[in-house]
Design a protein around this ligand. Structure first.
Ligand code: G6P
Length: 610
């Protein structure tokens, strides 16, 4: 997501900050800014758009004197990309300035509290709350560290922070929780940064900050504190990665890094919307009565986003008893769809710029339909043009093949379907509570699966020369198969098809030969026996079957050649777990074949042409 850099030392800060931000460009951003303290005042420059504009506005930093400063590249979450919403953010008398990466979940409540105390807000960001809240507590404690600790006790959500106090001209304050932040130290000064590449040119000695830790940096000394203001002892780590590896956080490819970011992406998408045992989706803009009155949902999307729609159909229909149609956007826009009297159209898109999805949105609105966008990029075209938008908080995705945005879209659908189920009286309270408990466990279970990548790599290495691979499943497992198959063909160039397992015998089974790999997804308990029969059918024709099923399902293991297990969850959420081994499988096949994993041939991350 956003990128943070801070510097205090003997050199002019601004050029170092701009240079550091340039190294963080790969993280994705839509605006940038820096604040530098020249001993008398804190000067700030911030612009929307590319970093180049910030460099031009400051003469490559020359216009901002001072040897202490903080900088930021923003990837919009709360509030569209604009000069005003760009970071840094000041308190009212410009004596405290803040940069922030993350999401302050309770910012609305905090904002109301501060407004009652006379604070005025100039931006739409959640971050501005932090500047005013620091002011509030600094006014009471007269101590920056105490003020910061009080703020950390009050805010919910994730943050990495860089802060300057005008009263402390030789100190940078920093803190983190669930957003990355490192501290670099060198003989010529000290640094904070979201990521190693930003400071690699200046130092390779890095302290990794833990959750709820505070760092206090002067020119010569770095000290760490807990939230109780107790000193914390830390040792630096010496980094020997090259710049290229550092951008990928030590992973070989962005795809692998993003696969590993999925628990975080899902957690960030879910947690701000789960409050006190309930699902709260303010941005839905619909009362329970409106939700009850909906007669049909139409989900429209392209690529992997379409696959989340296929999955969502099973979930909405099962949980909320509302009919759902799912369309590829390129088909929908020309098929003259029939809307009900109260149809909700949901357009799903990571980029928010996919031409067909945008056209489908416009087509729906031209017919007077209400459109909800499920979008990852804040301020994108689909986000702007939809009536309401529910953001997925996956953060910027760099690798062309989507992974973490797909998982975050599924998470958004789970929340919506459960919310609809409850509002429509289709979901009993006890079932709702059980589902919610399963939902909250999902990110941890995803982390468990990610620990076990070696066996998938070994298996993938046996299929590097495969010509065809088939994925089969029923119900939700069919939707997972579609995404598993797409991942494989996108990055490995192996021909692959996903088939509804019961449909195989109507044609595709003729393609099964001795040794053909068939990946059988079987996470839906009530369909185990049916899947067992389908596995037998392909095995009889020579297939080698890799089964992907829930822990404890030994029956499937008996009929399969190789079995991978995922932890048990509520049946509607199984896709979020089962997709991870399939993504890793695709990744390792692509890697083994020596292909360009992050930029596969002929594909684009955002398809803005028809
Ligand atoms: C491209 C990407 C896919 C993505 C699809 C839809 O084909 O390579 O990963 O699923 O576009 O993109 P969207 O941004 O609308 O989700």
């Amino acid at each position: 997501m956003c990128g943070i850099v801070g510097y205090i030392g003997g050199e002019q800060a601004a050029p170092i900050l701009l240079n550091g931000l340039t190294k963080l460009e790969y993280r994705g951003y839509d605006s940038a800014g820096i604040a530098v303290f020249d001993g008398r005042e804190i000067r700030m420059e911030k612009v929307s758009g590319r970093l180049q504009r910030l460099k031009e506005a400051t003469g490559n930093g020359a216009a901002l004197p001072g040897t202490i400063g903080i900088g930021h590249t923003r990837w919009a979450t709360h509030g569209s990309p604009s000069d005003t919403n760009a970071h840094p953010h000041f308190n009212k008398d410009r004596s405290i300035v803040v940069v922030h990466n993350g999401i302050i979940e309770n910012y609305v409540r905090l904002k109301q509290h501060l407004e009652k105390h006379g604070y005025e807000f100039v931006s739409e960001t959640d971050t501005e709350v932090l500047a005013h809240l620091l002011d509030y507590y600094y006014g009471r404690t007269k101590n920056p560290l105490s003020a910061l600790c009080r703020v950390m006790q009050k805010v919910e959500g994730s943050y990495a922070l860089g802060i300057l106090f005008k009263d402390y001209p030789d100190t940078i304050y920093a803190a983190r929780k669930d957003s990355p932040l490192i501290v670099g130290s060198s003989r010529d000064g000290n640094f904070i940064a979201s990521d190693v590449p930003a400071i690699l040119q200046y130092t390779r000695d890095v302290f990794y900050m833990e959750n709820e830790e505070i760092a206090v940096l002067t020119r010569d000394v770095v000290s760490f504190y807990s939230m109780d203001e107790e000193p914390v002892e830390k040792s630096p780590v010496h980094i020997d990665w090259d710049v290229n590896a550092a951008e990928k956080g030590g992973y070989e490819h962005f795809l692998l890094k993003e696969i590993y970011e999925q628990p975080r992406a899902v957690r960030d998408t879910l947690s701000p919307r789960i409050r006190g045992g309930q699902i709260v989706i303010e941005e839905l803009g619909m009362s329970d009565e409106e939700i009850r009155s909906i007669d049909k949902i139409m989900i429209v999307a392209c690529g992997s986003a379409y696959h989340t729609g296929v999955m969502a159909k099973y979930i909405f229909e099962g949980v909320a008893r509302v009919p759902v149609e799912v369309d590829l956007a390129s088909e929908y826009r020309y098929r003259d769809p029939i809307f009900g009297a109260r149809t909700l159209v949901i357009v799903v898109s990571q980029s928010g710029e996919t031409a067909d999805s945008l056209a489908a949105l416009r087509e729906s609105r031209a017919h007077g339909q209400k459109v909800l966008g499920i979008v990852n990029v804040v301020g994108s075209s689909i986000a702007r043009e939809a009536d309401n938008v529910m953001y997925t908080w996956a953060g910027p995705e760099i690798s062309v093949a989507t992974t973490k945005a797909y998982s975050a879209q599924l998470a958004a659908f789970y929340l919506l379907a459960m919310k609809f189920g409850q509002a429509r009286g289709a979901l009993e309270d006890s079932v709702f509570s059980e589902m919610l408990a399963s939902l909250e466990k999902l990110p941890d279970q995803m982390e468990e699966i990610l620990k076990n990548r070696e066996s998938i790599q070994r298996f993938a290495n046996r299929y590097l020369a495969a010509e065809h691979i088939f994925f089969i499943g029923r119900g939700i497992d069919y939707a997972i198969s579609m995404e598993g198959s797409l991942k494989l063909k996108e990055i490995s160039y192996i021909h692959s098809e996903a088939y509804a397992a019961g449909e195989l015998k109507h044609g595709t089974i003729s393609l099964i030969e001795e040794g053909t790999l068939v990946v059988a997804v079987a996470t839906q308990e009530k369909l185990y026996l049916k899947m067992t029969s389908n596995i037998e059918e392909v095995k009889t024709r020579g297939a080698f079957v890799m089964a992907l099923t829930n822990e404890g399902n030994k029956d499937i293991e008996k009929v399969s050649d190789f079995t991978l297990y995922v932890p048990e969850t509520n049946r509607y959420f199984a896709g979020s777990l089962a997709i991870i081994p399939l993504q890793l499988f695709a990744y390792y096949v692509s890697l083994g074949r020596g292909l360009d994993v992050d930029k596969p041939r002929n594909l684009a991350k955002s398809v803005t042409v028809e």
